[in-house]
Design a protein around this ligand. Structure first.
Ligand code: ADP
Ligand code: MG
Length: 321
């Protein structure tokens, strides 16, 4: 029992994962876990010990996945579009200008890395950045409350009142509001954020799929009005083979040195045609192929190196071909 707890403590230290998070992942209370660790648990600890054992077992089998960011064309375009709004916002503050909002719309098909890039931008932006994922049928009231919550403003009371409080809190600040999955937003809902931005000088970024673009370009009444405030409508493209190459090489890490150049480029070409421009499919394919490559019988053959055969095997498990 001490050994298991020691192992858990090592896991927590190595992974820099708090006991709160570990307890939550295992589905037990944080205090239960700490009592068991300290030997002060009143009940029978065997059920908890069993959970600890299972937890450690699950985490032994490592899964290789994309946990990094490459400078793909999508990422460049997303950053460019948000930077544009950032410049407007900064100049609004320094010149004390309040004029009609400038919105960056970012559109592209599913799976190409929109959310990945938006989150990275939000994480690294030095002033306040509010990140919201729009859900289907989200109403203006819900959106306003979400924004208020992010700003630490009371969310009870009338929507108009909350809106006024938001405006007072963000006026002439360099706040950016980024809304992801914007295809779920009705024009009336976008318009609430538009009016807050109009009156405060903050920046608004709305990203979404092609559906968002079609809605905007339909030029029907309310959308036309929102379209006229576009600082840019940034169109994103599917991943190029070059982008795929960047991600594959980073995924392979130091293993890259073990391939000869022509083998590596034909591997990248094969992967690129398989994933058809989707970063999400690329992630799925690489994870699965590396899992296949690390099976003992394959390690004996290729030392864990991912080959075209592993990519083809993974493709069969992932796609209908
Ligand atoms: N620039 C990037 N570098 C590395 N991996 C990326 C990058 N962009 C996307 N990915 C991978 O692709 C997956 C899907 O991207 P995501 O941002 O969710 O797509 P979208 O929002 O366009 O549907 C991510 O979870 C990540 O694994
Ligand atoms: Mg997304």
């Amino acid at each position: 029992m001490r050994d298991l707890i020691k192992e858990l403590e090592k896991f927590s230290a190595d992974k820099n994962m708090s006991y709160g998070k570990i307890a939550k992942a295992m589905g037990i209370g944080q205090s239960t876990l700490s009592e068991v660790r300290n030997g002060t648990y009143k009940g029978d600890p065997s059920a908890v010990m069993e959970k600890i054992k299972d937890f450690l077992e699950r985490h032994k089998e490592k899964m290789r996945r994309i946990n990094f960011s490459c400078d793909t064309d999508v990422r460049k375009r997303v950053f460019y579009a948000i930077d544009l709004v950032k410049k407007y916002v900064a100049s609004n503050v320094s010149e004390q200008i309040i004029e009609s909002a400038k919105i960056a719309y970012i559109v592209g098909r599913a799976g190409i890395g929109k959310t990945h890039a938006l989150r990275e931008y939000a994480r690294t932006y030095k002033a306040k950045c509010i990140f919201i994922t729009a859900e289907n049928n989200i109403t203006d009231t819900v959106l306003v409350r979400k924004v208020a919550k992010e700003l630490g403003i009371a969310t009870n009371g009338r929507t108009e009142e909350i809106k006024d409080n938001i405006k007072a809190a963000v006026k002439f600040t360099e706040t950016l509001v980024i809304i992801d999955e914007g295809e779920h937003l009705k024009p009336k809902v976008i318009d609430v954020m538009r009016s807050i931005a109009d009156q405060t000088g903050i920046g608004l970024v709305i990203a979404g799929t092609e559906k968002l673009k079609h809605q905007l370009l339909s030029q029907r009444g309310e959308y036309e009005y929102l379209l006229s405030r576009a600082a840019t409508i940034m169109q994103l493209n599917s991943l190029s083979t070059e982008d795929v190459g960047k991600i594959v090489k980073k995924f392979l890490g130091s293993d890259v040195e073990l391939y000869d150049e022509s083998k590596l480029s034909s591997l990248i070409n094969l992967i690129s045609t398989t994933v058809k421009g989707s970063a999400r499919q690329l992630n799925n394919l690489l994870t699965l192929a590396s899992d296949i490559a690390s099976r003992p019988e394959n390690v004996a053959l290729t030392d864990g190196l991912i080959t075209e055969a592993h990519i083809k095997a993974a493709t069969k498990l992932l796609f209908i071909v």
